[in-house]
Design a binder for this molecule. Structure first.
Ligand SMILES: *Cc1c(COP(=O)(O)O)cnc(C)c1O
Ligand SMILES: [Zn+2]
Length: 554
């Protein structure tokens, strides 16, 4: 496939060589790959069905002349997971997680490394230098090992030691720099210049942007399968989400994803580009603050104040200016989240979706929660959050101290070993759990409430799919708490409440009403004095719900 590298400043087109990073005419380093899209229009989708679901299925749109399968670790092709529980809690049913944790080294940097190392190998380059906050160096190291390329990895001393060791394990040379990430980058650049080595230049690297754009291709293909093709008669063939949400440091991810959607639009496969929502850690959010101030150039943050080192790019430079244009053009937003909000979001995500992420990825979810609460992301929107990296090891901050119950068994065999076991187990859980009855006609809502309760304590939970069954359950054995839906066919929640309150055996049982819809003032009046708490969508994200449950049961 023929392609050129087009200068973003002077428009000059030149052939691509990984080692020549400047425009031959104006010396700019801001350039991008350009393909003959018109000839690809019909070609790409028809070829795809016969190809494996990995990044190389889009090889005609990647800047590699001869993809080399022996370098591959199975990069790309990550699942797009529907976040059913989280979507319900937030009131956005079409919430999807692009699970980049499943890349070969556990982060979306694998795409960047796979394509860049392939290009370097093709160009005969055998040594390279990169500055990293961890994941880039891990990904490059793995692919460099396969390709026979030596990597000098400049990492800041704040990078977790497990990540540094992984870089070293792959045979790369780790250089630990006690300074900011921006300073580590300068040091790496100087080292590369002195030795005349290939230097990774972050978001300006042609292959990195090209690699990231495959995320957009995959999302469009996957959404088309999950949600069905666009409406009959629509000219485009693939689907675009309404939002692409990602935690951002230097901005390479969203820049690449935007380009991916732009190319799909050029080829007529989609009709629009999603709103882009880059989320930064509040303690190092130069893009967010500059965007909110309406600045075209980023004001650097010289001293990042976040524990989330992966996102500690204080000076995004021109990447911000480019990304700002794209965010504005797509009616997107820049948002930030504190470390605290991030840890909470990570915990909710793990408990509700079984997805454990590293803090840098958690930032995207904390940002998502904020944007939904603020009404920026609407209930009908199709939202894709990039889950950029895996928790390894699990973050100690999140769980606090009481996350395990410890059992010590007597070491020597006793006369009655059974007694020892039973005594030990009595410390694991109380003999009697508080009984909670959930009356709700939606199986998804029942599952959500069950999940929230069971992830946070010891409850015996019973479910009833309608008012009548609920009353029977409650009357047979009065529970400690009732969680009641209002809108149910035949016997609704109001009618259930009337019966409960009319009978002395059930009149005193605390009731929490959980409602998917906003109640009218009249409805609220009818409930007054009858129930202990009213919970609506979104409230479930707060710890309030559980606090309420606990206080009512005690
Ligand atoms: C690198 C990284 C980011 C930020 O990505 P950019 O698009 O380069 O800003 C987010 N999350 C994780 C896990 C990362 O490794
Ligand atoms: Zn130029």
């Amino acid at each position: 496939m023929s392609f050129v590298v087009r200068c973003l400043d002077c428009g000059h087109a030149a052939p691509y060589f990984p080692s020549s990073v400047n425009c031959p005419r104006c010396n700019s380093q801001w350039r991008e790959a350009e393909y003959e899209y018109s000839t690809l229009e019909d070609f790409i989708p028809d070829q795809l069905s016969a190809r494996p679901f990995d990044l190389w299925r889009y090889r005609e749109l990647l800047p590699i002349r001869n993809p080399n399968p022996s370098l591959s670790l199975g990069e790309g092709g990550s699942p797009l997971i529907r976040a059913v529980n989280l979507g319900m809690m937030l009131g956005i049913p079409n919430l999807f997680i692009k699970d980049e944790r499943q890349g070969p080294t556990g982060s979306f940097k694998d795409r960047q490394a796979a394509v860049t190392i392939a290009a370097l190998k093709e160009a005969g380059i055998t040594e390279m230098v990169a500055a990293s906050t961890g994941n880039v160096a891990i990904a490059y190291s793995a692919y460099a090992a396969r390709a026979g390329i030596k990597l000098w990895a400049f990492v800041t001393s704040l990078v977790p030691a497990v990540k540094m060791r992984e870089i070293a394990l792959y045979g790369s040379q780790v250089i630990k720099v006690t300074a900011s990430y921006d300073q580590a980058k300068q040091l790496a650049a100087e080292f590369a210049r002195q030795r005349n080595l290939y230097l990774d230049i972050g978001a300006r690297t042609i292959t990195s942007i090209e690699a990231m754009k495959t995320i957009a291709f995959e999302i469009s293909e996957q959404l088309t399968i999950l949600l069905g093709p666009p409406a009959n008669g629509a000219p485009q063939r693939w689907r675009t989400p309404d939002w692409y949400v990602q935690a951002v440091s230097g901005g390479m991810g969203p820049l690449g994803v935007y380009k991916g959607f732009r190319e799909l639009r050029q080829m007529g496969l989609v009709d629009r580009i999603p709103a882009i929502a880059p989320i930064q850690a509040e303690g190092c959010a130069p893009m967010v603050t500059s965007w909110k101030k309406g600045l075209e150039q980023a004001e650097p943050v010289n001293t990042p104040r976040t524990h989330i080192e992966t996102l500690a790019t204080g000076n995004p430079g021109r990447a911000y200016t480019l990304l700002r244009k794209q965010v504005n053009e797509t009616s997107g937003v820049f948002e930030s989240a504190t470390d605290e909000e991030t840890y909470r979001a990570m915990h909710v995500l793990a408990k509700m979706e079984g997805v454990s992420v590293e803090p840098a990825a958690g930032v995207a979810f904390a940002g998502l929660f904020k944007l939904v609460r603020a009404g920026v992301i609407k209930p009908t929107d199709v939202v894709v959050v990039n889950c950029t990296g895996h928790t390894m090891p699990a973050e100690p901050y999140i769980l606090g101290d009481n996350w395990s119950r410890n059992v010590v068994l007597p070491s020597r065999a006793e006369d009655k070993p059974q007694d020892g076991l039973l005594a030990a187990l009595s410390s694991v859980a109380p003999d009697r759990f508080s009984r909670v009855v959930i009356v709700d006609d939606s199986p998804e809502s029942r599952r959500l409430i069950r999940r929230i309760l069971q992830s946070q304590g010891d409850f015996q939970i019973q479910e009833a799919p309608d008012g009548k069954t609920g009353l029977e359950l409650i009357q047979k054995e009065p529970p400690d708490l009732i969680i009641l839906d209002l809108m149910m066919p035949e016997m609704d929640g109001f009618a259930v409440l009337d019966v409960l309150k009319a009978r002395p055996e059930t009149a005193e049982i605390p009731v929490i009403v959980a409602s998917a819809k906003e109640l009218t003032p009249e409805e609220k009046n009818r409930l007054a004095g009858q129930i202990q708490a009213l919970m609506q969508k979104g409230d479930f994200l707060n710890d309030e719900f559980l606090d309420e449950v606990r206080s009512l049961i005690r």
